[in-house]
Design a protein around this ligand. Structure first.
Ligand code: IPE
Ligand code: IPE
Ligand code: MG
Length: 240
């Protein structure tokens, strides 16, 4: 597993509700176990040498869920953050939230600011939690920053726009995983996924353990990323 470890892995952690319902439990139970799995995957990523892990925890569309589920998730985020920050810090994990954090309640915002500041000097793994994140929102907020900074701006290029996305300081996305059987992006890292390898699995998030991550990475390692070139051209550059 040493070779070809993706530098940046992102995961759409889907299937919590169905996992719980299949066991006759409330959807919220699935979210709770989902947090345990997130912890396991973070630890496994550190061990495998992944440098950057981005987890989709709450989309900008998830506000439309029943109010009871949304409040449960907010409470769960606060509890999990406060509980996990010490271990994350010990493991050399730098925590960063990406998304429109201003929409969360002040208690959650405080926990976020605190956790980010405690872990800010760590460099073993950058853990991005995408919360109230949407890929279209990301592109729009980047464009708006540029407009605000440069009055009269008439055009932008890819590099300039990318420099304002929430992922600006992060390595390129290599591998995008979605659990839970759906084969869609659901407005996650739509710009950043342009050349990412996609990996879809039917495994529901509460069942996605470290061996499932290793499996995804092994499959990633066996793929040839061609970026528009021919297979022969890639083999030649690899040989030289
Ligand atoms: C993903 O699991 C977690 C969040 C969106 C917060 P779901 O809650 O979407 O689970 P399913 O897809 O309904 O099973
Ligand atoms: C995507 O899952 C968001 C997260 C995993 C946080 P959803 O379950 O909300 O996506 P859709 O609604 O099935 O597309
Ligand atoms: Mg879902």
């Amino acid at each position: 597993m040493k070779n070809n470890i993706p530098e940046h892995v992102a995961i759409i952690m889907d299937g919590n509700g169905r996992w719980a319902q299949a066991q006759g439990k409330k959807r919220t139970k699935g979210h709770k176990v989902g947090v345990d799995r997130a912890r396991e995957i973070v630890e496994a990523s550190v061990k495998l040498g992944v440098r950057c892990l981005t987890l989709f925890a709450f989309s900008s569309e998830n506000w439309n869920r029943p109010e009871e589920e949304v409040s449960f998730l907010m409470e769960l985020f606060i509890i999990a953050l406060n509980r996990e920050v010490k271990a994350l810090n010990k493991n050399g994990v730098k925590l960063k939230f990406i998304g429109d954090i201003g929409a969360f309640n002040s208690k959650l915002q405080q926990s976020i600011v605190k956790a980010e500041s405690i872990t800010k000097d760590n460099d073993r793994l950058t853990l991005n939690i995408a919360a109230n994140y949407g890929g279209r929102w990301d592109i729009i907020q980047a464009a708006n920053q540029l407009i605000a900074e440069t009055p009269g701006l008439s055009s932008v290029d890819e590099t300039t726009l990318a420099s304002k996305l929430v992922t600006a300081d992060l390595p390129e996305l290599d591998l995008l995983i979605r659990t839970g059987g759906e084969t869609r992006i659901s407005n996650f890292l739509i710009w950043q996924a342009a050349y990412a390898e996609l990996y879809f699995t039917d495994t529901l998030w509460p069942d996605f353990d470290s061996s499932e991550l290793e499996k995804a990475i092994t499959i990633f390692s066996g793929r040839q990323r061609r970026y528009g070139l021919t297979g022969e051209q890639i083999t030649k550059t690899e040989e030289s």
